[in-house]
Design a protein around this ligand. Structure first.
Ligand code: DUC
Ligand code: ZN
Ligand code: ZN
Length: 474
């Protein structure tokens, strides 16, 4: 088995940084030692990576992706092959995708379908959450089965999308009670979809059909209300662990902060699009261009009643937001986003970003919003702990998988379809962004996937991970 020595770098963890060398033996980290400690081993190493002046961090973990998701009359445009390769380019070595059960369908069949899509296709390790789009007796039984036997320990419910993936409060409560009973995590898309559908119909009747109305018909109060309702229902269900996905609103975050101060098992994530983009710069562009940024929850106005972006950065510092994921759900403009020309409600919801999360959040470090350690914690370590993969993933320590990223703070990353873009999308949501810092080397279980701006990974290297229960509970 190959031995790789990463020497002379600064190893950054969730709790500190230090000059250390890292020895990977086969697929796992053999040891972390003071600089020069492995001088003897160097001669025996098959590969030596000089990380002088660079950061050495655990491989990124994106806990929210949708490869090939059927949505809005089409499919998310990245396959497991293209999406996982793009993830590797961006310093991500583990992703958790969402398998889907729709009303009336069998949960186990939905999971089997996702296994078929992913198996043998991925460049990086992967796991699944399960979307329960039709809570009934059978689905509840399957939740327990998946938790106990399939390594799928988290279940996403939707308070949005009535008639599609929506669960009513009674269904949500029942699913939460089941999860509480078997130790699973409930993940929630928290938007009041019934009220949103009324606002959408009213806007269309007024002739307001442009992409900007996607955001304006999903006001932050309706994210805040649903977040609060989910928190109350989770309390009634015995403080089941509750994880609010893709939080975009400062007023929703207030409810999470309040629950957390009361010692509740309530957690939340946000995504780069909510930290960096505004409605004015994106959805409100002339003509149909704004469709590029139609996603739910929506990108919010800089002039809204809450300073959402400021609130979200603060939430990341205070741990009211524990994780940054991407909600990677790409659609091309051609033939996909175009389905909504003349009617914003028909634009497939989603933004691709799996390739850019590590760099976009590192830019938060450069901007003074986060520390280096908090970057690692929110993008690598807490994702592993929250979703039952620690310490195999999320940390550079003896015995952990050899998933390591060498990060060069002295180079720059230019984002765009011409400059750097490996996702299967015909545009970039971050076109023209220039980031201080760049992925240098990406290693997954001891195998180099990216080096010298070249991809050396292979499809099928990535393995399915059976996850345990959350290791992050209060
Ligand atoms: N939000 C999106 O933007 N896309 C897919 C599903 C979702 O909840
Ligand atoms: Zn969602
Ligand atoms: Zn999603």
């Amino acid at each position: 088995m190959a031995r790789t020595l990463i020497k002379s770098g600064t190893v950054v963890s969730a709790t500190g940084r230090s000059a250390n060398d890292v020895l990977i033996d086969g697929e796992t980290i053999a040891a972390v030692g003071a600089p020069g400690y492995f001088a003897g081993a160097e001669a025996n190493a098959d590969k030596v990576i000089d990380a002088f002046g660079k950061y050495v961090i655990p491989g990124g973990i994106d806990v929210h992706t949708h490869m090939e998701l059927p949505f809005g009359g089409t499919f998310a445009s990245d396959t497991f092959e293209t999406g996982s390769r793009a993830a590797a380019w961006g310093g991500v070595t583990t992703m958790i995708d969402f398998a889907v059960q729709r009303t009336g369908e069998d949960v186990n069949a939905g999971l089997a379908e996702w296994h078929r899509k992913a198996e043998g296709e991925c460049a990086i390790d992967y796991a699944f959450h399960m979307i329960i789009g039709g809570v009934d007796d059978e689905a509840l039984k399957s939740m327990r089965y998946l938790t106990e036997h399939e390594g799928v320990t988290s279940f996403k419910l939707f308070m949005a999308y009535p008639g599609v993936l929506y669960s009513d409060d009674g269904q949500i409560l029942r699913a939460m009670q089941t999860a509480a009973d078997c130790g699973a995590m409930i993940m929630m898309h928290a938007e009041n979809g019934i009220a949103i559908d009324v606002l959408v119909a009213q806007a269309l009747a007024r002739g307001e059909t442009d992409p900007r109305y996607h955001s304006l018909t999903r006001p932050s109060q309706l994210e805040a209300e649903a977040t609060h309702r989910a928190i109350v229902l989770a309390d009634v269900a015995g403080d089941v662990p509750l994880y609010i996905v893709h939080m975009s609103a400062g007023d929703a975050l207030e409810h999470v902060a309040e629950a957390r101060s009361a010692g509740r098992n309530v957690f939340a994530e946000t995504c780069p699009q909510y930290l960096w983009l505004t409605l004015e710069e994106t959805l409100a562009r002339p003509g149909f261009e704004g469709a590029k940024w139609v996603c739910s929850t929506p990108i919010r106005s800089a002039n809204d009643r809450h300073p959402h972006r400021k609130d979200l950065w603060r939430g990341l510092r205070t741990n009211d937001l524990a994780i940054v994921s991407t909600d990677h759900c790409p659609f091309c403009m051609k033939d996909q986003k175009e389905l909504g020309v003349g009617d914003f409600s028909k634009i497939p919801n989603g933004i691709g970003g799996v390739e850019h999360r590590m760099e976009l959040i590192y830019q938060g470090v450069v901007a003074g919003e986060l520390t280096l350690e908090r970057w690692v914690e929110t993008c690598c370590t807490t994702p592993a702990r929250m979703f039952g993969m620690y310490p195999r993933k999320g940390v550079i320590a003896a015995g952990s998988d050899g998933d390591v990223v060498v990060w060069d703070p002295n180079r720059q990353t230019k984002i765009g379809i011409e400059d750097k873009h490996h996702m299967n999308m015909d545009y970039s949501a971050y076109e023209g962004f220039v980031i201080d810092g760049k992925v240098d080397t990406v290693i997954s279980r001891g195998t180099v996937l990216v080096e010298d701006d070249t991809y050396t990974g292979t499809k099928g290297h990535g393995r399915f991970l059976e996850r345990g229960l959350s290791q992050y509970l209060l």
